[in-house]
Design a protein around this ligand. Structure first.
Ligand code: ADP
Length: 302
C-alpha cells in the first residue's frame, strides 16, 4: 500500500509539474503575442508620420516653384509637426521599453511640492494658450515620498498633458497633494518576485512597521470625460478612445507609461470619470520614514 501511495503521489507531482510547465508556455506564448502586437502597432504608428513627411517633401521638391509662398509655408509646417510627432513616438516607445526591460532606477526621498511646481511651470503657458485655468493645491510642508524624481515628473507631465488636451477652453485642471491618514499594512501586499533594490525598501517598510503613511496626488479636469467601458482600456498601449478628433499630439502610450512607472513605485493609478463632466486620476506614494530610510538607505542606491 505504501508503494502504491508513493507511486500515486509521484504521479500527482509529475502531473503538477506538467501543469506548471503548460502554464509557463502559455505565459510565454502570451508574452510573444503581446510583443509582436506591440511591434506591429509601432510600425503602423511610425509609418504614418514618415509617409506624410515623405509626401510633403517630395511635393515641395518636385512642384515647390509652382506653389504660392503660403502653401510652401503650410507644407513645411506640416513636415515640422509630423517630425515632432515622430520624435514623441520614438521617445515614448524608448521610455516604455526601458521601463519594461526591468532595469533598476534609483529611489530617493522626493519633494513633491518641488516636482509639482516644476511640472506646473512647464505646462502653465500651454494652459494659458488654451484658456484653461491650471491650479495646484498642495498641502504645505509635505513629507518626502519614496520615488524616482524623473519618473515622477514624467507621470505628472503625462497626466497634466492629457488633462489639458481633453479639456475645452474655459475649463479647469487642478493638481492636489495631501497626506492620508496612516494605512494598516496588508501583509505581503508590497512584495513581489522582482528582486530589485527599491523592492527592499518597500519590503522593509512592511516588515518593520504596522502601518505606512502615504501622500495622495490627484489630477482632475473639467474635460470631456471617459466612458465606463473605456476606463480600463485607456491604460493599454496605443489605445485611444474612438470617435474623437485627435490632434497630432497623442501617441496612445502616455498612460501605459504612467501605469508602468506607478507599478515601479508599488502603487496603482486610479480614475473616476464622467462623460461631459471631467476626470480625476489619482495615486498614492509612500512617505519616507526616517527610521526605515536609514535601514534601507544602502539598499536603495542605484
Ligand atoms: P494619448 O497620447 O492619446 O493621450 P494616453 O495613453 O495618454 O495616450 O491616453 C489614452 C487615451 O485615453 C487618450 O487618447 C484619450 O482618449 C483618453 N484620455 C486620457 N486622459 C484623458 C482625460 N484626462 N480626459 C479624457 N480622456 C482621456
Amino acid at each position: 500500500r505504501i508503494l502504491l501511495t508513493t507511486v500515486l503521489n509521484l504521479q500527482r507531482e509529475s502531473i503538477k509539474g506538467i501543469a506548471i510547465t503548460v502554464q509557463d508556455i502559455t505565459r510565454e506564448v502570451e508574452l510573444n503575442e503581446a510583443k509582436s502586437q506591440f511591434i506591429s502597432n509601432i510600425s503602423h504608428e511610425l509609418r504614418t508620420p514618415l509617409f506624410n513627411i515623405k509626401t510633403y517633401i517630395e511635393t515641395l521638391h518636385d512642384y515647390g516653384e509652382d506653389l504660392a509662398v503660403e502653401e510652401r509655408q503650410e507644407f513645411l509646417a506640416t513636415v515640422n509637426n509630423e517630425t515632432d510627432r515622430l520624435t514623441r513616438l520614438v521617445n515614448d516607445v524608448l521610455d516604455l521599453s526601458k521601463l519594461e526591460s526591468g532595469r533598476t532606477y534609483s529611489f530617493n526621498g522626493v519633494d513633491l511640492a518641488q516636482a509639482l511646481e516644476q511640472t506646473l511651470r512647464t505646462y502653465q503657458l500651454n494652459a494659458k494658450d488654451k484658456g484653461i485655468q491650471l491650479v495646484q493645491e498642495v498641502t504645505p510642508n509635505l513629507p518626502l515620498v519614496m520615488g524616482n524624481y524623473d519618473l515622477l515628473l514624467q507621470v505628472f507631465g503625462n497626466l497634466i498633458g492629457n488633462a489639458l488636451k481633453f479639456t475645452p477652453a474655459g475649463g479647469k485642471v487642478a493638481i492636489r497633494a495631501y497626506q492620508l491618514d496612516p494605512q494598516p499594512i496588508i501583509s505581503g501586499s508590497a512584495a513581489d518576485n522582482n528582486n530589485t533594490k527599491q523592492e527592499h525598501y518597500f519590503n522593509s517598510v512592511s516588515y518593520d512597521n504596522n502601518y505606512h503613511e502615504q501622500v495622495r496626488i490627484e489630477i482632475s479636469d473639467t474635460g470631456i470625460g471617459i466612458a465606463p467601458e473605456d476606463q480600463q482600456a485607456i491604460f493599454d498601449r496605443f489605445f485611444r478612445v474612438e470617435n474623437r478628433v485627435h490632434t497630432l499630439e497623442g501617441t496612445g502610450l502616455g498612460l501605459s507609461i504612467v501605469r508602468n512607472i506607478m507599478e515601479r513605485h508599488h502603487s496603482q493609478v486610479h480614475l473616476v470619470s464622467e462623460v461631459g463632466v471631467g476626470t480625476t486620476f489619482w495615486f498614492d506614494l509612500t512617505i519616507v520614514n526616517d527610521e526605515i530610510s536609514s535601514v534601507a538607505a544602502d539598499r536603495i542606491e542605484d
